[in-house]
Design a protein around this ligand. Structure first.
Ligand code: 13P
Ligand code: SF4
Length: 317
């Protein structure tokens, strides 16, 4: 299947016939981002899913995102074009592991990144995304212990920003972002000293970037730790002529659209998420034609997860 004008017409026709809204994450291939009704980060897409009037949501992203949409909109049909689109970060903690961790810290408030399964969300007090993780943790009274899972790099970022000592961090990671490392970033930054650095907090290099700034190797104001949605806003605001981008490479499409005059370059151009890329033009067509793959969340799990996801969409930008 080629993503040509005929494909686009057919996708739109089928979406109308199904009363479906098409949502795409910023890491999708450009053709999918362009055909979607809304493209954005995890938080923005969750809010749109919760507020949409459409009877079907087609989530072009990974499985936990579609599950989150189903938790927020249980009466809607939620489709993901390929249910095998998982997430290595979401796989780094199970519901049973979280239950054990909670038992070791009775009374602690559990904050889980949205990149988790519905079962983990059901064991969680407040979910967060990279856009609002700091605000979510800051909303918790300072004397309460916090368990933050599953991303260790986002956890370290939140701990730095909130200065909270009673925040315990699970040692999970995303294989794509963990692979964007400090030495690579330092080398790219040294070769382009005027560039801004846009760094996703899931990156292994986020701490190194702040270290570089601390050492004076990079001006501190050029180092920006941002969610994918905040990167698009920052692209519109910056005066820089070039920007080094540390996140999944699909992000470059929205950045280049937002600021065509800026030279956006990936810190690691092999940082591609194979799960995000499972949502192909053929898979989207199949989803709309055949009504597959439908996402189900057991009603009791969804009911327990809903409160934590609702808190997430209420907090932050
Ligand atoms: P955001 O879009 O929330 O920044 O998340 C990035 C991500 O890794 C999603 O898989
Ligand atoms: Fe998960 Fe990482 Fe892929 Fe995002 S980029 S979906 S965190 S594996």
């Amino acid at each position: 299947v080629v993503a040509d004008a005929n494909w686009a017409d057919e996708v739109r026709r089928l979406a109308r016939a199904r009363d479906a809204v098409l949502l795409a994450h910023n890491y999708q291939i450009p053709e999918i981002q362009e055909i979607a009704d809304h493209t954005g980060d995890s938080l923005a897409l969750s809010r749109i899913a919760a507020a949409s009037d459409a009877s079907t949501i087609v989530f072009c992203g990974v499985h936990f995102m579609a599950e989150t949409a189903k938790i927020l909109a249980p009466d809607k049909t939620v489709l993901i074009p390929d249910a095998r689109a998982g997430c290595s970060l979401a796989d780094s903690i199970t519901g049973a592991q979280l239950r054990e961790w909670k038992a070791e810290h009775p009374g602690a408030v559990v904050v889980s990144y949205v990149n988790t399964t519905a079962e983990v969300k059901a064991e969680t007090d407040i979910c967060c995304t990279s856009s609002n993780a700091v605000d979510v943790v800051a909303s918790i009274p300072a004397d309460r212990e916090v368990l933050f899972c599953p991303d260790q790099f986002l956890g370290a970022h939140v701990k730095r920003e909130t200065g909270r000592e009673n925040l315990h961090i699970w040692a999970g990671e995303c294989h794509v972002h963990a692979g964007i490392n400090g030495p690579e970033l330092a080398e790219r930054a040294a070769a382009d000293p005027d560039a801004d650095l846009f760094i996703h907090p899931e990156c292994g290099c986020a701490t190194s970037a702040l270290y570089l700034a601390g050492e004076g190797a990079v001006p501190a104001e050029k180092v920006r730790i941002l969610s994918t949605g905040a990167m698009v806003d920052a692209a519109r605001d910056t005066k820089a002529r070039s920007v080094l981008v540390a996140t999944e490479v699909g992000m470059l499409h929205q950045l280049r659209k937002a600021a065509p005059e800026i030279d956006f370059r990936a810190v690691n151009d092999r940082a591609s998420c194979r799960y995000m890329k499972m949502i192909t033009p053929a898979a989207l067509l199949r989803a709309l034609r055949d009504g597959v793959d439908e996402v189900h969340v057991a009603p009791d799990v969804a009911a327990r997860a809903r409160a934590s996801v609702r808190r997430m969409i209420e907090i932050g930008r």
